[in-house]
Design a protein around this ligand. Sequence first.
Ligand SMILES: [Zn+2]
Length: 417
Amino acid sequence: MARHRFEAYLDKVFGFSQLVSALPEGRLSPRHPWQKVFDAVFLGAAMQIPSLLQIEAECQSGALAKRVGPISDDTIGYALQRESPESVFALGCEIARRLKRNGVLRSDWSRGLLVAAVDGIEICSSFTRCCDACMQREVEHKVRGELRTDIQYYHRIVAVVIVSTPFPIPPGIRFQKDGETEVACAIALLRDLVAQLGRRFLDLLVGDALDLQAPFVNEVERLGLGWVFTLKQNQPDLLHEAERLTTGPPASVQSESDQELRWGHLPPVDWPVAARLVRVVKTVRTDHQRRVAVSQDGSHWKKGKSDVALESTNFYATNFELGAVPPLFIHQLSRSRWRIDAEVFQTITTDCHLKHAAVHQSTALVMLTMIRLLAYTLSLIFYQRQICSHARRSRLTFHEFAKRLAYWFVASSGDTG
Ligand SMILES: [Zn+2]
């Protein structure tokens, strides 16, 4: 059987099959070794197959029949529940390390800094299906037209995603425990990542206003990271002080045809609840839009266009020493945070079925989610570097490419060489 292009690439760049064969076996003398189960789930996830039953069907007589061979969805679920999430987490970190060594994480705008964003997402919410590790809450909802209150089960994961790169790369996720805050979960994830990747792997962390809390900021600094977080109402004293100090004219202005950006950089501002000073950057963006307006002229209504200026003000707090770097850089850093939601969370939930619990059992769900994330990352790297960069004409979408992967397996099974 000819080697599949995708797997040949992963072996050449990451030595991937060797890394997978080194994963520990969690079951005693299993009929199907862990590597076979892992391959079934990983390749199934790379093809963006939503359910274990469908993976079973592909292994039985579909695209994975020659490559993996028969295995039941029960066997896959049983194995996922008993293998070690830590080893798959470490595998994800090893991939990130090799990406950095190969220069894939370089970017042209971030001044040599590796910037990561942190954010959370909810998955697998259900009123009926739950497991030992579920979080729960009371929710009012309509059942057959009647409003009632029920317990809803759900999971939340926190992800750290490298966003300074040409395409975002998530080195790791962590499931939030019941009763644990998102910030506590993010701290635990960052500690695990730094333990695996070392203190000098990431340079800067960007996050939203919820991350701007003294315990989180202190921990991020203890891990040797710089940070840029949005400053909003949840830190009223700091915001008030920043507003008071920026009533004067902006330090700099940048204008384009339909947009104007003004910004200013403050001297260190006192942050009383954290008993420290932080740096603050303020930006004011004005978007000029032409809108259709309808007005009355005597007995007639007429349509006309008028200019509308939409203004939005943002404050960012940071420990980054700007030196000769313009404060606009802080604004750019903070904007890069949107990629975690707009690109990563969007794709892994719509194309890669992350919200759909193909197996809803504590450890099995963690394993499935981690393997899906790894499959997303590696298939995205292959897609970006082998498909997009070589395509001259009509380019496949990421989803079309995933379906093409399945076809390649069928095609390479037909070879006798
Ligand atoms: Zn659950």
